[in-house]
Write a protein that binds this ligand. Structure first.
Ligand code: FUB
Length: 295
């Protein structure tokens, strides 16, 4: 077990190295990071997989899992779910995943087109006994359909799990424990603005619920005292990012913001790379703006 002093030194080391280390994954193109601290004490992230010369998002064909204990060195556990293993799904079109530990299992929940119709996306659910997968598809969540679903799952302290999703109009509903059915009618989220585009995200800190999203030009957020809102609009988290699809974790006392760049080493908006920044809060709980080290 690390002493407090050891942990502090380790964090300082990470602080000086983190920026230089972006993008954190370089051997393949990755996007839409869903970051988690699982019970093994490691940080895990599940990402979309972009192709090198992609001209669209159609060629995104599966998800990768990565783990780390220092935010610098990431182990690639390989592809954990591929579109060819989803009986109801198209080949490709594996967009931004979210993950959750529930029922003593690990789940990926992901937007994916049904066979024959790229615009008809569903929220697939896949399960594994271990964080590194492989994940096995279980079907889709009834009642959640459309394009750009961008799901986020969040479990509150009382064990209730919520699904956030949507494009242009964010939605929320509680999920049943099987994660395959909604437990209630979806509600449209009120967040004090009209700039929501995609990539709903929920995290909780000190009893406050933070609903954040990509506005099409940057990441923005609002705060509430409950998971449904209405959320009080608080402005930008990551104002300069052209496409902000993010997640947040607290690891060993430090908060981190995971997102992706679009322009590293010949990259493009279809050929992206995951990056990580420190995330800081003000005393009143609002978030200090991220100055992304690149786009
Ligand atoms: O990765 C494909 C799509 O691009 C995601 O679903 C959006 O959030 C954006 O990142």
């Amino acid at each position: 077990n690390n002493t407090k002093k050891d942990i502090k030194i380790e964090q300082q080391t990470v602080q000086t190295k983190l920026h230089n280390n972006n993008p954190v994954i370089r051997h393949i193109r990755t996007a839409d990071p869903s970051a988690h601290v699982w019970k093994d004490g490691k940080v895990w992230m599940y990402t979309s997989h972009d192709m090198e010369d992609a001209v669209n998002y159609d060629s995104m064909d599966g998800y990768h899992a990565f783990s780390s204990t220092d935010m610098i060195n990431w182990k690639d556990h390989g592809e954990v779910l591929h579109s060819k293993d989803i009986s109801w799904g198209a080949i490709g079109w594996m967009w931004a995943p979210t993950a959750i530990y529930k029922n003593n299992k690990y789940y990926l929940i992901y937007p994916h087109s049904v066979k024959g119709s790229k615009d008809d996306m569903r929220c697939g659910v896949a399960v594994s006994d271990v964080p590194e997968g492989p994940f096995k598809d279980l079907g889709w969540i009834e009642g959640v359909e459309g394009q750009w679903l961008d799901p986020c799952v969040f479990t509150d302290g009382d064990g209730k799990t919520y699904l956030y999703w949507g494009v242009r109009e964010p939605k929320v509903a509680r999920l049943k424990d099987n994660l395959l059915e909604l437990a209630e009618k979806p509600r449209t989220i009120e967040y004090g603005n009209t700039n929501f585009f995609e990539a709903s995200y929920m995290h909780k800190r000190n009893g406050k619920y933070y609903f954040s999203y990509n506005a099409g030009l940057g990441g923005f957020y609002g705060m509430a005292d409950n998971p449904y809102g209405p959320f009080e609009y608080k402005g930008a988290i990551n104002p300069k990012q052209r496409q902000d699809h993010h997640s947040v974790v607290n690891y060993r006392g430090q908060n981190y913001f995971f997102y992706h760049w679009q322009n590293w080493n010949g990259g493009s908006k279809f050929s992206r790379n995951v990056a990580i920044e420190y995330l800081y809060y003000n005393e009143d709980g609002t978030i200090k703006k991220i100055y992304a080290t690149n786009e």
